[in-house]
Design a protein around this ligand. Structure first.
Ligand code: ZN
Ligand code: ZN
Length: 262
């Protein structure tokens, strides 16, 4: 359950109760390890490498010394802050694969508890929750947006408006796998358009399942700000942590959670 510090809405408690009832009627298996009786089991939860300390105060990337990472020092992102719950890998990778390809709404509900817990630790004030959108083509092909499976229960829990149509991906972008930070930025730049009527003067929380360099979130934030939004914040469940001795040399790892990559 979400940690102390966040008053969850009664509607969310009812929603949770319905899911608990469904779990008794149809015992689930853990999306991370396959253990029966859980949608996301305690062992998988304990195995995560959390990203709560020694992170850049803007982009949330792990840093060794500075408060703000070199990349954010060189160019401030369009968003105000980005935070991720845990490092991408292990059972979380399995769970995100399920979320992405099996349309497992129950797993999305279970995993969203981590986002609710993360949000409760932050002093952000937001009006609107917007999932990072897929292109129309990909949405048709998959039938749903996996980021929405996390964003909806979060919106319900924190009593924020959910607006899946506030942002659209108007250009289908090639896979980001293997691209450098700069190439990723270029790849997604201008790929999104925001609906001025929905976002005008609203502080927005973007939700995604996984981030790598934050380029996609940044392109979303640029579109929202261009349409007149207030501040833009972002949360992701997982983050592919860039590995390098020197922060300047950091390059994205390969992140693949199935036939398609992020
Ligand atoms: Zn498990
Ligand atoms: Zn940073």
């Amino acid at each position: 359950m979400p940690q102390a510090g966040l008053q969850v809405r009664p509607a969310y408690s009812v929603y949770r109760l319905i899911w608990s009832g469904l779990d008794i009627l149809f015992p689930p298996v853990c999306g991370g390890c396959g253990k029966r009786g859980y949608r996301w089991c305690p062992e998988c939860a304990r195995s995560l490498r959390l990203l709560s300390e020694n992170i850049c105060s803007t982009c949330g990337e792990p840093v060794e010394h500075a408060r703000i990472c070199l990349r954010c020092q060189q160019k401030n992102p369009a968003y105000s802050a980005l935070r991720s719950y845990a490092e991408f890998g292990g059972p979380l990778r399995e769970a995100l694969h399920h979320l992405k390809y099996k349309h497992d709404i129950g797993l999305g509900e279970a995993l969203s508890e981590m986002l609710i817990e993360l949000y409760a630790r932050l002093a952000w004030r937001i009006d609107l929750i917007v999932p990072v959108p897929l292109s129309q083509g990909r949405l048709k092909e998959r039938g749903y947006n996996q980021a929405a499976l996390l964003a909806r229960p979060l919106a319900l829990a924190i009593n924020a408006r959910y607006a899946s149509s506030a942002l659209a991906r108007t250009r289908n972008t090639p896979s980001q796998v293997g691209l450098s930070v700069e190439e990723r930025q270029e790849n997604v730049s201008g790929a999104f358009t925001a609906d001025r009527k929905q976002v005008w003067a609203r502080d927005i929380l973007l939700v995604d399942d996984t981030v790598t360099t934050g380029s996609t979130v940044n392109a979303c934030a640029e579109a929202l700000l261009a349409a007149g939004s207030g501040k833009v914040y972002a949360l992701s469940l997982a983050r592919a942590v860039l590995k390098a001795k020197n922060e300047n040399d950091r390059q994205p790892n390969r992140v693949s959670i199935g036939p398609r990559s992020v």
